[in-house]
Every structure is written in structure tokens, then in C-alpha cells.
Design a protein around this ligand. Sequence first.
Ligand code: DC
Length: 219
Amino acid sequence: MIIAIDGPAGVGKSSVAKLLAARLGYLYLDTGALYRAIAWKVLHNQVEPADHARVVGLLETTSIHMQFQNGSMQVVVDGRDITGELRTPEVTSAASIVSAIPRVREWLLPVQRQIGQRGSVVAEGRDIGTKVFPFAPLKFFLDADATVRAERRHRELVAAGHREALETTYQDLSGRDTRDRNRSVAPLVPAADARPIDTSTLNIEQVVAQIMAAVSAAL
Ligand code: DC
């Protein structure tokens, strides 16, 4: 069983997917971390994220592995565990840019599908239901008002020790939304058979409860 959860930034996908995976005893696959890992490598090599040719060239000498421990996922790039370095504003912004490069998406497909082969996975991202696991029996598309999402993301940033104005978070999130929804390959759109959930007025528990009800009905 693969459960696909897609949606824009700040919608609560990661918290929901993580909790759901823990409840079900499934693996939690955070596909955004893979795009972030490539962005990390790009920045680490002083390559401009929008320089398609150089970004694609870097892939030839890149290895990505994931380790799953106690419900969380660690990302190892070229033998180094970089999980703790993936949530900075620089990596966030670069991930949004490199994720629009078709070859980057193509390169990451088998990496994601290999994990899917293990079965019992909750996978979270932007194109899980449409591209990565189109045959997943259960798909959910989470969405929420952009202001609510910016406030959530801002609270997370502050809690993690990053200082920035709420307006900056909002602008950044809106910019990423526009890029994610309008890119030519695998844009952020709900799969035709995805169940929509508006999380604007719901907390994590309430979203998980809705999904659990659908999972129980399907099992
Ligand atoms: O979910 P996240 O914020 O960690 O994702 C980081 C970036 O990666 C985001 O800007 C969009 C991109 N992404 C994607 O294009 N496809 C996915 N399946 C997951 C993430």
C-alpha cells in the first residue's frame, strides 16, 4: 500500500504524513528532502541553481541514499549525512528552482520508486499522485489559504531559530507556489483521483483523522 500526499508548501503535509506513517507503521518518504539534497549539493559546489547545464552535470557525480530510522528519514549525499542542513532558507529557495529542471525530476524518479517497492509507504511531495506513484490506491491533495500557510511556515522558521519578517515568508512562499504550480514538468496539480482536503481550519490531528478514516475504509 502506498499513500500519496501532495500539496503546496506550508499546508502541513510533512507533519501529517509523518504522524500517519507512525500510526500505520509505514515508512515516511519525504520527497521534498531529495530536491533539497540536490539543491544543497548545487550550493555546496557554488553552482547557480538556475544554470540547468551545470546542475545536470553535477548529477553525474552525485549519489543519494536514504536511511529510515524511528519514523524519520535521513538523506546521505556522496556519503555525508546532510539531513540537518536541508531546511535553511537558501536550500529552500534553491530546491524550488532546481526542481523545475526536467532532468533533475527524471533523475529522482527511480530513487523514489525504489523506496515505493518496499510497500507500506506514506509518500509526500508535489507530484506523488500524478507522476511518482500514479497507481497509488489512496491519494490526498492538501491545500490551504496562502496566508494561513505563510503563518504556519513562519512559526516553524522562528521555532528553528531563523529570524525573518512574516511578509518575507509570505512572499517567498507565494513565489515558490507560482513556480511549483506553473513549471512545465510535473506541476503541482491534484491527481484526478486525489481526495482534496482543505487544511485552513484544521489541525494536524484532524487531517490525520480524515485520512485514517479513508485508509480504514480502503483496507
Ligand atoms: O516539500 P518541500 O518544501 O521540502 O519541497 C522542496 C521543493 O522541492 C519545493 O519547492 C518543490 C520541490 N518538490 C517537488 O517539485 N516535487 C516533489 N515531489 C517534492 C518537492
